[in-house]
Design a binder for this molecule. Structure first.
Ligand code: NAG
Ligand code: NAG
Length: 382
């Protein structure tokens, strides 16, 4: 709008100015005379209306533009059938392919460091689970009806999505499957069902399937963590997140040395994006269901001995939560690993917690490189 008005104004400036002056002078005098409490209130009202209406409006306008601009250059939007499309981002060349599955509520960007580094060795793919990042959720009326079975954001549906994605994209098998938190639940479910497709399963900070039976954990997850994500969703929808980002009060998780501007911008876009945030909430909300599904599948169909399992954990699950919760996670992790994966290779990273995949990725990268090298050597000797 401004653009259209400005050229006109420069065209006949003196006349306009005079007009404006003529009009404003009497009303100004009037206003001065009756500058009452009400008019102040009305102005405050207008101001409040502006700050309530404008930010979401600007946010939505920016999201439209950014959604097209920030799609990764190497990224593909893959049609996985049944009307669904998913975002897959592969880098590097070679075999075996490494598939990276992100923690609860996070987009593929969280793997930036791991993916960049491993891509010098082989092909490394990450993706956005349905609803997150650039994998837009299909509307209920656009589905064929089949999806309703898997409607919830639980591991069962995610594994089905991932399987269809890898098929549709023609990813060569078998591959190395790496998952963190919810990604680790997905990795387990996937490997138990499609065991011929996975050579190595790598679990980073896996959430034990029994954890939601602990009252204190439920209290933390549903009473503290989930509400913080709901607040984020609200803040994104109202445009507040965008303002906080501009003011520097909210920052993307993956930033600092070596992180490209594009990756930083993309995370800011997702922080301000209510659709992404709403899916993050949903994944947290259904995590107890996901855990229950993994417990069932583990009992029903044990993992093939062909699949090698390794587990990577830090000193704590999360440095920012109370120690008794961390101990609870550690105890239950030990239990499920002994029961379900007794020969798993356990790697402990000193000083790390659940943020290690972007804050302390070097030890993870080192371990994944070793697995890739082993598989490549095996391939050559055959
Ligand atoms: C689904 O609903 C939305 C919103 O009501 C509408 O814009 C869209 O055209 C619908 N899609 C189909 C395939 O009917
Ligand atoms: C998960 O939590 C919800 C809400 O607390 C509950 O209704 C549901 O039964 C739980 N599911 C499982 C498998 O425990």
């Amino acid at each position: 709008m401004r653009r259209r008005i400005e050229p006109q104004a420069t065209g006949n400036e003196p006349a306009n100015k005079k007009d404006a002056a003529d009009k404003t002078t009497p009303s100004k005098a009037e206003a001065k005379g009756r500058l009452s409490y009400t008019s102040v209130l009305i102005n405050i009202g207008k101001f409040l209306l502006l700050i309530i209406v404008i930010p979401p409006f600007l946010n939505y306008a920016s999201l439209q533009r950014e959604g097209q601009m920030l799609l990764p250059k190497d990224g593909q939007i893959v049609d996985i059938s049944l009307g669904q499309k998913m975002h897959l981002l592969c880098k590097g060349q070679g075999k075996p392919v490494v598939i990276l599955d992100a923690p609860t509520g996070m987009s593929s960007d969280i793997w930036f460091h791991v993916q960049e580094s491993l891509a010098t060795l082989t092909k490394v793919c990450t993706y956005d689970r349905m609803g997150l990042g650039f994998s837009k959720r299909v509307m209920q009326n656009e589905t064929t009806g089949t999806e309703r079975v898997w409607g919830m954001s639980t591991t069962g549906r995610m594994v089905d999505d991932l399987h269809r994605l890898l098929q549709a994209a023609g990813i060569s098998k078998p591959f190395i499957l790496v998952g963190s938190e919810l990604g680790a639940l997905n990795g387990r479910f996937y490997s138990h069902i499609h065991d011929v497709q996975v050579t190595d399963l790598v679990l980073i900070d896996p959430l034990p399937e029994d954890i939601f039976e602990e009252e204190q954990w439920k209290e933390y997850w549903y009473g503290k963590l989930l509400p913080s994500f709901q607040t984020r969703q609200f803040s994104a929808a109202t445009g507040l997140s965008r303002m906080l980002i501009i003011l520097g009060a909210m920052e993307p998780a993956v930033n600092g040395e070596g992180v490209t501007e594009e990756v930083v911008q993309r995370q800011k876009y997702l922080l301000s994006n209510p659709a992404h945030q709403s899916s993050a909430v949903e994944e947290h909300y259904f995590l107890n269901e996901s855990a229950a599904q993994v417990r069932d599948i583990t009992k029903f169909k044990p993992l093939s001995s062909r699949v090698s399992v390794s587990v990577i954990t830090g000193d704590h699950f999360d440095k920012q939560i109370p120690e008794h919760l961390n101990q609870m996670v550690a105890k239950l992790q030990k239990k499920f690993l002994e029961e379900s994966y007794p020969s798993a290779n356990h790697i402990h990273i000193k000083g790390a917690d659940r943020r290690m995949i972007y804050k302390k990725p070097s030890a993870i990268i080192q371990h994944l490189r070793r697995i890739v090298n082993q598989q490549q050597a095996k391939e050559q000797s055959q």
